[in-house]
Design a protein around this ligand. Structure first.
Ligand code: SF4
Ligand code: SF4
Length: 107
């Protein structure tokens, strides 16, 4: 999840991640570590990490670091140290739209 709303291409919707959260609750396989160093992962509070699988810990496909209510107001509890995949996801990109459609949010 990104943070601040971003303008999309002309004519497209503008999504506010802080009132969405869909990509953080779409799949337990999504917030997976990739090129993070051991130090990077160590900075994430251990309670939110699934060490055995190498990803963030999810319950019912929702990342445990996500606080709030989907589609209303959400926040990432580990925003400053979140995984690379979370930094890469951009509002309006393919993964974003898949996740938003899954929850019936406008795309
Ligand atoms: S699904 Fe898209 S709009 Fe929603 S939090 Fe993720 S990147 Fe932001
Ligand atoms: S670490 Fe933060 S941004 Fe990444 S999936 Fe979990 S709640 Fe979302």
């Amino acid at each position: 999840m990104q943070n601040a709303p971003q303008d999309q291409s002309e004519g497209a919707a503008v999504f506010d991640c802080q009132s969405c959260g869909a990509c953080c609750a779409y799949s337990r396989d999504w917030p997976r570590f990739s090129l993070e160093s051991e130090d990077d992962i160590a900075r994430i509070p251990a309670e939110f990490v699934n060490d055995a699988v190498g990803c963030m810990l999810s319950i019912d496909n929702r990342c445990t670091a996500l606080s709030g209510t989907l589609g209303e107001h959400v926040a990432c509890r580990v925003y400053d140290v979140r995984p690379i995949v979370c930094r890469d996801c951009q509002p309006g990109d393919e993964e974003c739209l898949i996740a938003r459609r899954h929850f019936g949010f406008p795309v």
